[in-house]
Design a protein around this ligand. Structure first.
Ligand SMILES: Nc1ncnc2c1ncn2[C@@H]1O[C@H](COP(=O)(O)OP(=O)(O)OP(=O)(O)O)[C@@H](O)[C@H]1O
Ligand SMILES: [Mg+2]
Length: 238
């Protein structure tokens, strides 16, 4: 894989929640650009932690981590936030929706922080609102019924779909999805995977998807088992 094909490049990375207890130690990991990668591993194996590092929410203790050839960990925290809102759509395992905002406000939020994503919405659907409605529709949340409702009034599966729409809005270059289908029934799970695949194939999108559900692996171009790349095992489950 040449560098230009690589969206995320990790080398000699170490990270520990506690000093001297690395829970991640990765010699080398390359995630291919414009491809769909499935990341699997047991509960507690460090998947969400790795995603946090890639997203620049956490910073490595040593080694380097590049996203689109930029060493994210060397940026200031404000620059990392900016980089993340511009380039990454993230579905967090705990959703991280803003409970007192409406669905419309939650889904549109990334476009308030990123001009690129806002202008992608205008280019592809005419406005941020139109793209938000289209995404919600495709995820089975009729905007006529849901648009103004508060997120705190929704079921867990509905909240997960709002988090998915928020990650996809404005066609970010990288979509990071941490167990995004854990609360969905089969029908909604399938529509979501289809929508993700569509977004990933119509625009230049790198998708990194974490799940326990190994039956989903066949939908992806590559599968990585974190246990095969993580050399740190002593710090885990402590
Ligand atoms: N905020 C935190 N502070 C301290 N330790 C943490 C924190 N978050 C995770 N850990 C520890 O780091 C290890 C990896 O956790 P992580 O959440 O990355 O696992 P995971 O693979 O995503 O698990 P799951 O499949 O259950 O979501 C675990 O041992 C966990 O206890
Ligand atoms: Mg996790």
């Amino acid at each position: 894989m040449s560098l230009s094909d690589t969206a995320i490049e990790i080398s000699s990375l170490k990270f520990g929640w506690k000093k001297h207890h690395p829970i991640l130690s990765i010699n080398e990991l390359n995630i291919q650009r414009n491809a769909r990668t499935f990341l699997k591993g047991e509960s507690g194996s460090g998947k969400s932690t790795l995603l946090g590092l890639i997203a620049g929410i956490l910073t490595p203790d040593s080694g380097y981590l590049k996203v689109f050839d930029l060493e994210v960990s060397s940026l200031s925290s404000a620059k990392r936030d900016q980089f993340r809102s511009e380039h990454m759509g993230i579905i967090f395992q705990m959703f991280n929706l803003l409970p007192f905002l409406s669905i419309e406000e939650n889904v549109s939020l990334p476009c308030r922080f990123s001009k690129v994503r806002k202008s992608n919405c205008h280019k592809n659907h005419g406005s941020v609102e139109a793209e938000a409605k289209e995404l919600l529709n495709k995820l089975g949340l009729d905007p006529k019924l849901f648009w103004e409702r508060k997120v705190s009034d929704l079921s867990v599966g509905q909240q997960q779909r709002v988090a998915a729409a928020r990650a996809l809005i404005g066609s970010p270059s990288i979509i990071i999805a941490d167990e995004p289908t854990s609360a969905l029934d089969t029908k909604n799970r399938n529509s979501f995977i289809e929508l993700l695949s569509q977004s990933a194939s119509t625009s230049e999108t790198t998708l990194l998807f974490v799940s326990h559900d190994e039956t989903l692996a066949s939908e992806f171009d590559f599968t990585i088992d974190i246990d095969n790349i993580n050399l740190a095992t002593e710090g885990l489950n402590q």
